[in-house]
Design a protein around this ligand. Sequence first.
Ligand code: ZN
Length: 295
Amino acid sequence: MNSVGKPLLGGIEAGGTKFVLAVGHSPTEIIERHEVPTHDPATTLAQASEWFEGQGSIHALGIASFGPVELDRSSPLWGHITNTPKPGWANCNLAGYFAERVGVPIGFDTDVNGAALAEYKHGAGKTARSLAYITVGTGIGGGLVLDGKAVHGAAHPEMGHIFPRRHADDREFEGICPHHGDCLEGLASGPAIKARWGASLSELPADHIAHEIIASYLAQLAHSLIAMTAVEIIVFGGGVMKTGGLLESVNRRASELGAAYFPGGSKHKIVLPGLGQNAGLAGALMLANAVQPDH
Ligand code: ZN
């Protein structure tokens, strides 16, 4: 037990380029933070667990991971990354590794469900009953929280793999998703933007058509979410969303798509993360808090 009498929690935001690690007394009280690059699993997991071993006695560890992952507690594959194309990481038993090495209860969910939980409780969704968190970066993914619970079903939501209507000035590009070609992730993720215009969205001039095209695709995701779930708050995070003016364009286009159609349409909000860069990590600490023995 630490000086302020609250148990110490550990959190991992496991991403495709880096693992962000933290210990804290609560999701919003981070004491120490550290990053290790995502290489092969043996190297990265060993570096991560060594860091936690040097942080004193944690009571539980939460992992918010890139996916796809297995979230069914009754499955022998619970806590595994499953069929990712990322070399070496398919079938990696992330939860099992840290359960054995760190020896504490493990909370486990997707990175975007973790971020959605954190934004719902501590960030942009503090006054709402429902919130979706979308990340637009190396890939596109989304998590949905309804009445305080992250939605899991047969698996977890894969919001990046929906099929938007193609923009009239973007008919030629085939898309880069290895599964679908021109799904949303195949058209509007960071690598998809680079593949057709040779630069990131923020590097392209403000009057470049790319801005309009990408906003139109992201707005269709927001519209679909609102149409299907009536979610109140949609948070857009991830590297691509740092592009100046993009959130405003998505908002404007989503409003056009909703037109006057949705009852109470003006209650929907499309915003940037209230927790900034810390949404995923705060979510990981919430997952730890949910499984810690004194909870
Ligand atoms: Zn896809």
